[in-house]
Ligand binder design. Structure first.
Ligand SMILES: *[C@@H]1O[C@H](CO)[C@@H](O)[C@H](O)[C@H]1NC(C)=O
Ligand SMILES: *[C@@H]1O[C@H](CO)[C@@H](O)[C@H](O)[C@H]1NC(C)=O
Ligand SMILES: *[C@@H]1O[C@H](CO)[C@@H](O)[C@H](O)[C@H]1NC(C)=O
Ligand SMILES: *[C@@H]1O[C@H](CO)[C@@H](O)[C@H](O)[C@H]1NC(C)=O
Ligand SMILES: *[C@@H]1O[C@H](CO)[C@@H](O)[C@H](O)[C@H]1NC(C)=O
Ligand SMILES: *[C@@H]1O[C@H](CO)[C@@H](O)[C@H](O)[C@H]1NC(C)=O
Length: 389
């Protein structure tokens, strides 16, 4: 009896796949089948029109049929993408992945519920991410728009949420002890990480996914912190994801950051230096990272730099893979999944030794930096902008 009820309440998950298996074994190829099935059972109505109506109804009712007595978060990327396309009739026949806060660990019945595949997460107030007890461990930012359908929390911006999930695999830092006798701290780790997290959120709101690089990546990986004598922080965004709305908003004063420097063109060596308008003062360099294409394949990635005299520099990395997530003083940041490889390329084999910022030349110390031509005097008027503030 109970099983029958389930069939009727959740036709998409159970009935559909069953029909599929049944019919495909009878008639062969699944593709011709779906169509035959639609026409066969519902008569000669316009296929497009009817299926749209059908889809809309199915998606909505599916979500409302997921209601439970404890709050759950829909995290099933495949299902969410179908929801976005309003085409839930192609349900996958698997239970839907949901996130449940560990504070509801005692509600063990949810584990028996055939509608769901449960992934527990912790939601600590001192951290700005949800920490999933999956294997491998995954973390995603806490802050994303959602709506509630009963007790079901549904992410609103599916593209953003899927982007979080693609970058969720947790990466560990080494936490090496770096001896530094009495050196002055220019960059206190906690407030500077908090400002970087604020910028991260603004960049995410502008539909981009920033990742740590340069000295900030090195500090995170080596020390699980921020190198104290550094003068700025570094993050990158893939050039193909660049959204000019981000800079336009800052230029309209519609941001909590201001532009201090803007170098290059968005298609070549683009770099911004930003500073927060209030709170702890820290300069953050945002680089666009470009694919290095040779003979039609991406063989490396690079970011640019420029001297006041117009000399351009190229910092080259192995093909970049910013699909992992890390903790920096309670804040989530995306990082390369192969930090050792990237850091050796930039800082050399002795990367684990401290190199004083005062003795580090931005355009010659890196092992991965090469001159890359020169902007003309005329171009420099456009590509080298320094603002005061
Ligand atoms: C995490 O906790 C915060 C309160 O600290 C709450 O607003 C938020 O909804 C929680 N997120 C989830 C997914 O449970
Ligand atoms: C969802 O379930 C809760 C708890 O059983 C109930 O209070 C609520 O009214 C339900 N909401 C919807 C939309 O069904
Ligand atoms: C920028 O916006 C802030 C409020 O966010 C305001 O206090 C400030 O005066 C504005 N600055 C300019 C130059 O418009
Ligand atoms: C970048 O765009 C400008 C025009 O905005 C063009 O003149 C220049 O050649 C482009 N540079 C590259 C490397 O594609
Ligand atoms: C690109 O192709 C050319 C000619 O086919 C070859 O000489 C060259 O070595 C190739 N370069 C790389 C990086 O594969
Ligand atoms: C590095 O940049 C400085 C200016 O910041 C310049 O004087 C120097 O010549 C540059 N070095 C190289 C190797 O390009």
């Amino acid at each position: 009896m109970k099983k029958y009820l389930l069939f009727f309440t959740f036709p998409c998950f159970f009935l559909f796949p069953m029909m599929f298996v049944y019919q495909s074994s009878l008639f062969g190829s699944p593709q011709s089948l779906t169509e035959e099935n639609d026409y066969g059972t519902m008569g000669p109505v316009s296929f497009k029109k009817r299926s749209k109506h059908f889809q809309l109804k199915t998606c909505k009712s599916l979500v409302s049929q997921m209601n439970t007595s404890i709050p759950i978060l829909l995290i099933d990327v495949v299902f969410l993408q179908m929801l976005e396309k309003e085409s839930c009739e192609t349900c996958i026949g698997k239970p839907i992945k949901i996130g449940v806060d560990v504070k509801h660990l005692s509600a063990t019945w949810i584990l028996e519920d055939p509608r769901f595949e449960v992934l527990y997460f912790t939601n600590e107030s001192a951290k700005d991410y949800l920490d999933f007890r999956s294997d491998p461990r995954k973390i995603i930012p806490k802050k994303f728009p959602t709506r509630w359908v009963g007790n079901v929390e549904v992410p609103n911006n599916i593209k953003m949420f899927v982007g979080f999930w693609q970058r969720a695999k947790f990466a560990e830092c080494l936490n090496l002890h770096i001896p530094r006798a009495g050196a002055k701290v220019r960059m206190p780790a906690r407030p500077s990480s908090a400002v970087l997290a604020r910028l991260r959120d603004e960049i995410i709101e502008n539909e981009m996914f920033p990742f740590l690089n340069g000295g900030t990546l090195l500090g995170w990986y080596r020390e699980c912190s921020v190198i104290p004598h550094t003068q700025d922080m570094d993050i990158s965004v893939f050039a193909e994801d660049y959204n000019s709305g981000f800079v336009e908003k800052m230029e309209r004063n519609d941001s909590s950051f201001m532009i201090r420097r803007k170098f290059g063109m968005t298609n070549d060596s683009f770099e911004l230096t930003l500073a927060p308008k209030d709170g702890f003062r820290v300069f953050i360099d945002v680089f666009l990272m470009y694919p290095g294409i040779e003979n039609g394949t991406v063989t490396h990635h690079w970011v640019g730099g420029v001297s006041p005299d117009g000399t351009k520099y190229k910092y080259t990395y192995p093909v970049y893979d910013p699909w992992c997530a890390a903790d920096l003083h309670g804040h989530i940041f995306w990082v390369t999944c192969t930090p050792n490889e990237k850091i050796v390329k930039e800082y050399g084999k002795l990367w684990y030794l401290d190199h004083l910022t005062s003795k580090y030349s931005w355009n010659s110390s890196g092992k991965n930096v090469k001159r890359n031509g020169k902007w003309t005097k005329e171009q420099m008027k456009e590509v080298y902008k320094v603002f005061k503030g």
